[in-house]
Design a protein around this ligand. Structure first.
Ligand code: FEO
Ligand code: CA
Ligand code: CA
Length: 634
């Protein structure tokens, strides 16, 4: 390999090398100040027991859960550190798809080896966001992301120790990422992939797709291969996901910067000159997978516009295998984690989105047009306004519109250099926004702020102020190693509103070894503690399913937390219960359900050891989980 050390880094660690982030974000400061004003636990966790102060109108749909206070349909499980999955008593799980499984009977499988031939017709690696769709003919189809690859797992062992991958190896890596659409069915043995289904499809790093919205056709999106700036090959680093109200899949391009580099050499020790905006997005001369040696478009010196064609939300129709995916530039260009759709009272479409990088922002998009079931969807994700979130220390907040007037940028540039546009309006810098989920029963939404490990005393924050504790404040997080979930309620119970109230649904922590705020908020205890919330989905009952991507060392500050896991949170009581633990080394990410919620599908990404086969290499997989009595999960 070119550089074993690079491949050993997580995406976050690698990104830190490309673009070191500020140690402290504005959101840290907002939380500190809010704690100082309102008190740590009593104030920041205001919506749970104190929900009445928010107005009874906000609780209009909550009766089902209120009746079920503290009554999850499962017995919480303890933390585990072994190399398998654990679920509650009365539940079972099985693997539905592992990377390398053939989607077509004429494709090779993992057992056949994993060369380039047919690598675009097998289930890809490192599953992430997913959604299940029931098509008009009743068939069930899952669209699922393959965020990135581990070359040491995906390509032949003899690649170890070599300086460069072969063209075939790079092509293989390209094919194993992107998105899978696959039909699943239960014919008596639990859900399985329907091999050769006409809906089965792989979308990878060379799949043609359209570019739509304000940035389509802009000069910055034109390349020598696409002088129109409207057609691009591939979607990459597909992290979280979302579903539209009209039954399509939204896949989100996150760490796209890591795929670009250059083969150009420095001249006279002078750095290679790059566009100024590249550094804000972490685009530099080093790539992770050597794509630039295979295709010029990944070489930022030869094709400097290609990176402007990535970093978007891409809409895919799971019901039409021939339909070209569409990059929706109106939803902005940044490291999209996921996309959570809601609808304003007046029928406009709302999409909440996080930019997963320390010190970046939370966004929402609001369409100009309105929609009702059965109506056309044209333009709904192309014509609208982007907003960035501002959090105030008094528990209020605003969505600030990114417009030519507020940013000094035209509509296309706002969609291409969205981070700069949000900076122009003074949006609140956040602790790595991961998944956002919109409640199905309450007019509120949640965002996982996964962690900010570099926060430390003695540093200066982005605004230039010292990052020392504010006088009178317990200052809970000198190092935000555990993460938290922020919750907001739009004013008027309308996701179209420009203002909201916020609190923290949970501050993760360790009540056994942690002191003060390191112990976490009141709804964290010895039996449910976790760190680094990341994936998040709300089910039909309003329960909040939380998945973690954190430190699974089970030592020091993380002692007792065990492997990465999935928990279920109650939106009103704040009660949180551990539902699943993953195999050692993994992150649990991606969750969807069948129609009647009797089966949950969860993703196990980058497992360790030999999971799940007990021999050979570890294989990221989708697992089905169900109650043995056939009742809904959760
Ligand atoms: Fe791909 Fe931010 O997780
Ligand atoms: Ca994630
Ligand atoms: Ca993460």
């Amino acid at each position: 390999m070119k550089d074993d050390n690079i491949q050993d880094l997580s995406w976050d660690e690698w990104d830190e090398l490309q673009r070191p982030a500020p140690e402290v974000t504005d959101f840290d400061r907002v939380v500190d100040e809010a704690i100082s004003r309102r008190g740590f636990l009593g104030g920041l966790l205001a919506f749970g027991s104190g929900a009445a102060v928010m107005g009874t109108g906000l609780l209009k749909s909550s009766t089902a859960l209120a009746d079920a206070h503290g009554a999850f349909g499962f017995t919480p499980i303890p933390a585990f550190t072994d190399n398998t999955i654990h679920v509650p008593e009365g539940y079972e799980w099985k693997v539905v798809a592992r990377w390398g499984d053939a989607l077509f009977s004429d494709a090779p499988s993992y057992e056949d080896g994993h060369g380039v031939d047919g690598s675009d017709r097998i289930f890809g690696e490192n599953t992430d966001g997913m959604d299940l769709f029931v098509l008009e003919d009743g068939r069930e189809v899952i669209a699922i992301n393959h965020e990135y690859v581990n070359p040491g797992i995906n390509i032949a062992a003899d690649a170890e120790g070599r300086d460069a991958y072969t063209p075939e190896e790079i092509q293989t890596l390209m094919n194993l990422q992107g998105v899978t659409v696959m039909e699943i069915a239960d014919s008596g043995n639990g859900y399985e992939v329907v091999v050769d289904s006409p809906y089965n499809r792989r979308i990878h790093h060379n799949t043609p797709m359209m570019i739509s919205g304000p940035a389509a056709g802009h000069d910055m999106l034109k390349t020598s291969a696409d002088p129109t700036g409207t057609v691009v090959l591939g979607t990459m680093n597909n992290c979280g996901s979302g579903r539209t109200l009209w039954g399509t899949y939204m896949t989100c391009e996150e760490n796209f910067n890591g795929y670009f580099g250059t083969t150009a050499e420095m001249e006279d020790q002078k750095p290679i000159e790059l566009p100024d905006d590249f550094s804000r997005y972490g685009i530099g001369v080093n790539s992770r997978y050597q794509y630039e040696t295979l295709q010029d478009r990944y070489d930022i010196v030869k094709e400097p516009n290609e990176p402007y064609r990535f970093g978007y939300v891409v809409e895919i129709d799971p019901a039409d295998p021939e339909a070209m995916p569409v990059k929706r530039t109106a939803l902005g260009r940044f490291k999209h984690e996921n996309a959570a759709m809601a609808q304003a009272e007046d029928g406009r479409i709302v999409v909440y989105m996080g930019d997963d990088e320390r010190g970046e922002f939370m966004y929402k998009y609001v369409s100009n047009g309105t929609w009702a079931p059965g109506e056309p969807t044209d333009g709904l994700l192309d014509d609208g306004t982007l907003y960035a979130a501002v959090f105030n220390t008094d528990g209020t907040g605003q969505w600030v519109a990114l417009t030519p007037e507020s940013t000094g940028m035209d509509a296309a540039m706002i969609c291409i250099l969205t981070r700069q546009a949000a900076s122009a309006v003074g949006a609140t810098t956040m602790d790595r926004p991961e998944w956002i989920a919109v409640s199905s029963t309450l007019p509120e939404a949640y965002c996982c702020l996964t962690n900010n490990s570099r926060r430390a005393p003695g540093f200066t924050n982005a605004g230039g102020d010292p990052a020392e504790p504010i006088a009178g404040s317990p200052n809970p997080r000198e190092e935000n190693r555990y993460g938290q979930i922020v919750r907001w309620r739009p004013d008027g119970a309308d996701h179209g509103a420009d203002t909201f109230a916020w609190d923290l649904y949970v501050m993760a922590g360790n009540p056994v070894v942690g002191l003060g705020p390191y112990a976490g908020s009141e709804n964290v205890n010895e039996g449910n503690m976790f760190n680094s919330p990341d994936g998040m989905v709300v089910d039909s009952k309003g329960l909040i399913w939380i998945q973690t991507d954190g430190d699974d060392s089970n030592e020091g500050p993380y002692a007792g937390m065990g492997n990465n896991q999935m928990l279920v949170g109650h939106p009103e009581t704040g009660e949180i219960a551990r539902f699943l633990t993953g195999p050692s080394g993994c992150e649990v990410t991606g969750l969807t359900f069948n129609t009647d919620y009797t089966v949950a599908f969860a993703g196990i990404q980058h497992p360790g050891g030999t999971w799940p086969d007990g021999a050979g290499k570890p294989r990221s997989s989708v697992v089905a989980i169900w109650r043995t009595d056939g009742a809904p999960v959760g």
